[in-house]
Design a binder for this molecule. Sequence first.
Ligand SMILES: [Zn+2]
Length: 208
Amino acid sequence: MPNTRTDAPEAPFSAATFNAQVAELRATGRFPGSRWCPSPNFGPRPENAAISLLVVHNISLPPGQFGGSYIEDFFCNRLERQAHPYFELIADLQVSAHALVRRDGSVVQFVNCFDRAWHAGRSCFGGQEECNDYSVGIELEGADDIPYSEAQYQMLAHLTALTMAAWPTVNPERITGHSDIAPGRKTDPGPAFQWAHFRKLLKTTESG
Ligand SMILES: [Zn+2]
């Protein structure tokens, strides 16, 4: 439905564009407009595992620093371990996410949505374990205690709306944070992430 409320923020994309993007995502598993940076860290989703959850994460490398190519290097198993002391600890991990939203709102995609990315680890949502099997994982370039950029909220809301429209089993009740599906083990997206703001933006998108 086109947004007709005059007091709401203008939707960043027209209804026709949005619908075309949903069709593209559903057909290709790729977020339209994203930069493709394929990670080797993925596998097939189990049979019968429909996409039915969206998980919000954060990552920054080195922690708390933004910009550069370290996140992409990390997800592609080519992080230079000598570049920072922290990298020594993580360089051998094999992880990924479907997409990363950088501070300026641009999107990098690492794993096709039809495939199983390695973002959640040991996890459980609503009694269902192994969230990687049935979720789309989106990373925000950020840290738990540093405010996210408005461009990131806008783009995350857009990607989430596309995902919900492409796979309607993903609904507002099935959008969660990494800390919620791996409590005690993970803290992202952290207290800096304004869920109310994100959910409000989501309602003003074409699918809302
Ligand atoms: Zn995470």
